[in-house]
Design a protein around this ligand. Structure first.
Ligand code: SF4
Length: 562
């Protein structure tokens, strides 16, 4: 036993480490980034002894497939991502419910109710139900640790991936967590219970041609009664029958309910931390109570099912749909207390009264110089269509730049620009970061290059995934230029510029020429994010890393200037 003060993200990571994973896979995205980083930090401290592979993946789909491959090969794998990342990984995720897994595979998804750092509020519980897979929803950091460990055991026992759903408030707050010895020590095999590969599965199960897929889908359907039974009996779903007001509290909502009730046991409470929804427990609560209050962060997932189309005869169901809790944004202790008629009021906020500060590019950010040049170059050429993408540079929407007219999803800048070109729009420019380009920008550029589309693409090479903490980028420096050339863009219209004030006029002239060129141009403003430089300084005393090193030491990529 060991007591540590951990973020929810770190607790989930520690649960995976102690469950004996062979690898962690992810693409940075708030609020999930720290899950992978906690495993990475563990590996950095332990070195090879950790026996865990940690490499950022190009995107969430790739991360999921890499984890699936590790599971197939016989080692436990953790894959983590933010909620919108699961949209990207939805294809392998859905199919992996049919193939099943060999060694345990756990997907930790971090939802962002309130959109603190996201483009939408989607609730990943729908994905688990869609795929008909088991889901855990921790209510606190200790549960994040325990449930991830339990999820690995369950995944292996039933041969299915298991999802753990967290939310921002849990991911990014700390609490004490009691950890247990790792799986290796518990099994008595100090050389690590999971060091050896599990025997390979029958590959017929993994080849989803129709005959196999139908058979495997039938297996998934046949498992559903067992998954429901497991939920009914799960210690994460607890029912206490008391008064005639019933409360269903899911995940972090249970924390807020406990706080609002302040120890009172007058209400009947069903605490939900494991799905599929325990229907029999819900029925018991509803039978016992006159009214039900549903407290859940995210969509009204449970409340909607409880209401169905006709509602629950003779019972009042209250929650987000009824307006007792807000339909959007995250739950708060105050909103839950108000819905329960409790007097709880959040302690005074020490920063209350400070004026809000809108986000902005860091002082010295290379994107500022890039946008300045792009806007100036495009100005005399008409009202340019300026598509952009997900990253710090989306802040180019703000004055003085006003150079971002769209930011929809990873990689959409290039595809949307190409769509606009096909509609006859002109001039068309788009901005995308080097990491977002690796994530989802290469494929649309392939199509635009084939058509020699009349548009100008700016791949803003800041040598990092800047927005999430300057993680490693997979396509920056000279490698980025080679990739763009390889995708078929005319080398005469690929240019690398240095976005600095001293080069401003030369950059404006070059950009204007390329916008005027009636074909596809790619301009790469290349200057490192200031945080890459800072990290390099902090770690400059550490050993130099070779290619493929996973120790986490940050070195400026070849060709990057800071
Ligand atoms: S983190 Fe880096 S890329 Fe992002 S705004 Fe700051 S300097 Fe620019």
């Amino acid at each position: 036993m060991n007591c540590q003060l951990l973020l929810g993200d770190e607790a989930a990571a520690q649960g995976a480490i102690d469950a004996g994973i062979g690898g962690a896979f992810s693409y940075p995205g708030t609020p999930a980034t720290e899950i992978f980083e906690a495993v990475e930090e563990h590996v950095r401290r332990q070195g090879d002894a950790a026996g865990i592979s940690v490499l950022w993946s190009a995107n969430e789909k790739v991360a999921y497939e890499e984890a699936l491959g590790m599971s197939y090969a016989g080692k436990r794998a953790l894959v983590s991502m933010k909620h919108v990342g699961l949209n990207v990984a939805a294809d392998p995720f859905m199919s992996s419910a049919i193939t099943g897994v060999n060694a345990g595979l756990v997907l930790v998804v971090a939802d962002d109710p309130g959109m603190h750092s996201s483009q939408n509020e989607q609730d990943s519980r729908h994905y688990a139900e869609f795929a008909q897979l088991p889901l855990y929803e921790p209510g606190n950091q200790q549960e994040a640790y325990d449930q991830v460990r339990a999820a690995f055991d369950e995944s292996e026992a039933i041969g299915l991936p298991v999802m753990v759903r967290m939310v921002t408030r849990l991911c990014h707050s700390r609490s004490t967590v009691t950890t247990r010895a790792g799986a290796a020590a518990e099994s008595g095999d100090e050389s690590s219970a999971h060091a050896a590969l599990r025997p390979r599965p029958d590959y017929n199960d993994w080849v989803l041609v129709p005959t196999n897929a139908r058979r495997r889908f039938r297996r998934l359907l046949d498992l559903q009664p067992q998954l429901l039974r497991d939920s009914e009996q799960s210690s994460w779903n607890r029912l206490r029958l008391s008064g005639t007001r019933g409360i269903i509290a899911a995940g972090i909502g249970s924390n807020y309910v406990e706080e609002a009730l302040a120890g009172s046991t007058d209400d009947s409470v069903l605490r939900i931390g494991r799905y599929p929804l325990p229907a029999a427990l819900i029925r018991s609560l509803v039978d016992h109570c006159d009214e039900i209050v549903v407290v859940e962060d995210g969509y009204p997932f449970i409340e909607r099912r409880l209401n169905g189309i006709l509602g629950v005869p003779g019972k009042a169901v209250r929650g987000r749909l009824s307006g007792d809790l807000p339909l959007d944004g995250e739950l708060t202790p105050d909103s839950v207390a108000a819905a329960l008629g409790a007097a709880f009021v959040s302690p005074a906020q020490p920063l209350a009264g400070l004026a809000g500060r809108p986000p902005q590019l860091c002082k010295g950010c290379p994107h500022a110089d890039s946008f300045k040049a792009i806007v100036e170059a495009a100005a005399p050429l008409g009202n340019a269509y300026m598509f952009s993408d997900v990253g710090c540079y989306a802040l180019g929407v703000l004055p003085p730049f006003r150079a971002v007219h769209s930011c929809v999803d990873m990689g959409a800048s290039i595809s949307m620009a190409f769509g606009a070109v096909q509609a006859g729009a002109h001039p068309v420019v788009c901005t995308i970061g080097d990491s977002t380009f690796a994530h989802s920008g290469m494929t649309p550029l392939l199509g635009a290059a084939r058509a020699n589309a009349n548009m100008t693409v700016f791949v803003l090479d800041n040598a990092a995934v800047g927005m999430t903490g300057a993680q490693e980028s997979l396509s920056c420096g000279e490698r980025l230029v080679e990739i763009i050339r390889g995708l078929g863009v005319d080398p005469a219209h690929i240019h690398v510029i240095e976005p600095l004030a001293k080069h401003h006029q030369a950059n404006v002239d070059l950009i204007r020429r390329e916008i005027e060129y009636p074909g596809l141009s790619v301009v790469i403003p290349r200057r490192a994010c200031i945080h890459v430089k800072r990290q390099a300084k902090v770690r400059q005393a550490e050993p130099t890393c070779g290619a493929g090193c996973t120790c986490g030491t940050v070195a400026l990529p070849a060709g990057a200037t800071a």
